[in-house]
Design a protein. Structure first.
Length: 512
């Protein structure tokens, strides 16, 4: 059965009210990947539609939701560590509820309430929209509710959403994955790939833009196989081109593609669509062909490097990032040298590097020739050192360039001390920039033009006051309105573009 793509309406829940009639508060803690961050926005939106309010401080929340991850190392330890702490908090707080969802919940199922009987609700990756109903049932029945579905009931995108950022939004184009990478738990937890219809995706993007967003990231476990379900192998490239038609959408990104199915039509669509940004995350995983085979990744290192060449030929300023796993079972010194060779040749602007560790439930977990921890550590450090050098060299090559930076919130940890602001260049590099004395300060969501004056492996600095220019954007206006809303000062009621705190997941398609 295909998941429904119709908007999911969440009814107001009596459990969202305290006995005195005031609203219960919630907080959502996200462990794991971007997909989970996006799912958490849906969980927040669903809870707010049911009548809950965001807790002023997460420690005071009446409902704590943990959105778990089964991919990262120590995910289970982190979850049970957090649950152990929450047990004490719950004892001291009348009526508090704890819910656990996401990939690890889908995997561990009833084990969670066996190990942590103070948990009230366990829900999976296929039924996120059930959370308010499950909280209500747990309260009414006075017992834990565990509900996990084997198949997707509704696309997460049909749920209400509460977006973190006024300027940028995530739009999922597919869920699940048809690949069987031997280190990955995703296919068994998220199921086969299900693609949303292009019209639904475009309508959601349009709604985000109407809400003030100027940047959208298309999300999927394997974005470039998008369309396989409805029989159009070129659907992803077409979708990128359609993004170029959306007025007011300035930046389009996507994650993650898979090298095996990354075809020339996608590269051409990236190069020829004005608002698709010159950045690409292309997971390498290993530079050794025999390890790629053992990982059941069907491309080889030559093909991978060929893709990068084609991308750079057509998009010369593209910044390419990657994921690499070190110490996969059976990885020899020669295999690792191959990875170093491919990394050196790839000139990634940055890389997420992981030490392989056993993930129960994956085929690789039971492979022979697990690599000793000390060897993995040593290889990992060598790889990190190489990538740090390449990242620095690539960033130093940016010095003197003028870049357009979309100003963000919270990306510059030292901004207060350095008196700089931060944001992302078009190629997604992090830029810390100084606002010249007397110049107008940008708001989050505005775009500034700055010249790069210095570089480090993970960021660029732009301190040249001569080139600074500010462009106020709709996203900056949206941020202003959010600020006004959160201070209790309403934005102009006459303004039809004023953002809603929670929007329905799936808007209707507008005719233009
Ligand atoms: S492509 Fe491989 S690594 Fe990515 S989600 Fe699918 S199985 Fe996992």
């Amino acid at each position: 059965m295909n998941p429904t793509a119709d908007p999911t309406l969440i009814e107001p829940s009596p459990a969202a009210l305290r006995p005195d009639g005031t609203q219960r508060s919630y907080t959502v803690r996200t462990l794991g990947c971007q997909m989970n961050v996006h799912d958490s926005e849906r969980l927040s939106g669903s809870l707010e539609s049911a009548g809950y309010v965001a807790a002023e401080t997460p420690e005071d929340a009446d409902v704590v939701v943990i959105n778990t991850c089964a991919v990262r190392e120590n995910a289970a330890n982190r979850l049970y560590g957090q649950l152990g702490h929450l047990a004490g908090v719950k004892r001291g707080r009348e009526g508090m509820q704890i819910a656990v969802g996401g990939c690890l919940a889908q995997k561990d199922q009833g084990t969670i309430v066996e190990k942590a009987p103070w948990v009230d609700v366990v829900f999976g990756t296929h039924n996120m929209g059930s959370l308010p109903a499950l909280l209500e049932r747990a309260r009414h029945n006075q017992e834990a509710q565990v509900e996990l579905l084997e198949a997707l009931e509704v696309f997460p995108s049909t749920l209400p959403t509460k977006r973190d950022s006024a300027s940028s939004g995530w739009v999922s184009i597919s869920v699940g994955c048809n690949n069987t990478c031997t280190f990955c738990i995703v296919p068994s937890l998220r199921g086969k790939e299900k693609d949303r219809r292009p019209g639904d995706i475009l309508a959601e993007v349009q709604a985000l833009v109407d809400d003030g967003a100027i940047e959208v990231t298309l999300l999927g476990q394997n974005v470039n196989t998008y369309g396989v379900e409805f029989g159009d192998r070129q659907a992803f490239g077409k979708l990128l081109r359609a993004m170029g038609e959306i007025e007011g959408l300035e930046r389009v990104r996507f994650t993650s593609p898979h090298p095996a199915a990354f075809t020339d039509d996608v590269i051409a669509a990236m190069a020829e669509t004005h608002n698709v940004m010159p950045s690409l995350h292309m997971p390498l995983q290993s530079g050794s062909d025999s390890i790629l085979k053992a990982m059941r990744r069907s491309y080889r290192s030559r093909r991978f490097l060929g893709i990068l060449d084609s991308v750079r030929e057509q998009i010369p300023n593209a910044a390419i990032t990657t994921d690499i796993i070190v110490g996969f079972p059976g990885e020899t010194d020669d295999d690792f040298e191959d990875t170093l060779r491919v990394v050196e040749a790839s000139r990634f602007s940055s890389a997420f590097t992981f030490q392989y560790s056993i993930r129960p439930g994956t085929p690789a977990a039971t492979m022979e020739d697990q690599v000793p921890k000390a060897v993995v550590q040593e290889r990992y450090e060598r790889l990190m050192a190489l990538q740090e050098r390449v990242s620095l060299e690539e960033n130093q090559a940016q010095i003197g360039r003028t870049v357009q930076v979309l100003v963000s919130v919270g990306e510059g940890k030292k901004d207060a001390a350095t008196r700089r602001l931060s944001g992302r260049a078009e190629d997604n590099r992090l830029v810390h920039f100084a606002v010249p004395a007397g110049a107008e300060e940008p708001r989050p969501g505005d775009v500034v033009t700055v010249a790069v004056t210095a570089a480090a492996p993970h960021f660029l600095i732009a301190d040249d006051s001569g080139t600074y220019a500010l462009r106020r954007t709709r996203a900056g206006d949206a941020w202003d309105r959010r600020q006004a809303d959160s201070c209790g000062v309403p934005a102009s009621p006459a303004d039809p573009t004023a953002p809603r705190a929670v929007s329905l997941g799936l808007p209707t398609i507008r005719t233009r």
